[in-house]
Design a protein. Structure first.
Length: 241
């Protein structure tokens, strides 16, 4: 067991626990368990777990899954990809699908590394250098939390930036403050993050492409991800003809 430390300068990805957040209600997709919805014949959660396991500069020190339904199915999925029992599924301690922060709190409560990396189950194409770049941002800044900020082109010559608070790397020392925030009724991950010492790390669409942080909040979003994959494969096939 690695003893958590406030000093992140010497830490590597072996000191990071990756937490897949799959505990949502899925209300915008009709109440289904989003992490178990299929993309190209594979559950969204499996796509995301595979991205965590393939992180550049890895492997991560540990992997956990946060889920509140179909616990056995998520555990079986994790056991397929990792050593059996090495990636336990953690449920929220708060009732009624209290949001991603409840999942983060569950992960922090069980985290045995100095740092926790969170990713959502419905973004199957996040960058393979996500953990590495967030760790670098944390080390350079001395912040308690490193968060993704995307930059996308919305029109010729027009760009839009947006913070992505579910994609973040944090020190386990934020756990007590998060528990207090939740106890006071706080639920918005952006509001909690705004109270932390945060560094934002820019992931530019020009470097990573428009699909890097695309998520499947709705069935249309999921269909769009599938169509994009088909188009990408067709382009690759054409290039090799």
């Amino acid at each position: 067991m690695v003893t958590p430390s406030a000093n992140s300068a010497a830490l590597t990805l072996s000191h990071v626990t990756g937490l897949l957040l799959a505990g949502g209600r899925g209300s915008r997709m009709g109440g289904v368990d989003k992490g178990l919805q299929m993309l190209n014949g594979v559950p969204l959660a499996q796509h995301a777990l595979q991205r965590l396991l393939a992180q550049q500069g890895g492997p991560l020190g540990a992997v956990r899954v946060n889920a509140n339904r179909h616990i056995a199915r998520y555990q079986a999925l994790a056991d397929q990809l990792l050593d059996v029992g090495s990636a336990p599924v953690l449920a929220d301690s708060l009732p009624d699908f209290a949001g991603p922060l409840a999942g983060v709190a569950a992960g922090l409560a069980q985290c045995q590394t100095p740092l926790l990396l969170t990713v959502p189950c419905d973004s199957p194409r996040f960058p393979l250098d996500l953990a590495q770049r967030l760790l670098q941002g944390l080390q350079v800044s001395g912040a308690d939390l490193a968060m993704v900020q995307t930059r996308q082109q919305v029109a010729p010559g027009q760009w839009q930036s947006a913070k992505q608070p579910v994609f973040c790397l944090m020190k386990v020392s934020v756990a007590a403050g998060l528990d207090a925030f939740l106890a006071d009724g706080g639920r918005k991950i952006g509001a909690w993050a705004a109270e932390q010492t945060v560094v934002v790390v820019l992931f530019d669409e020009a470097d990573y492409g428009p699909a890097a942080f695309a998520n499947a909040n709705t069935q249309d979003d999921l269909d769009g991800l599938a169509a994009r994959d088909v188009g990408h494969q067709q382009t690759k096939n054409t290039e090799h003809e």
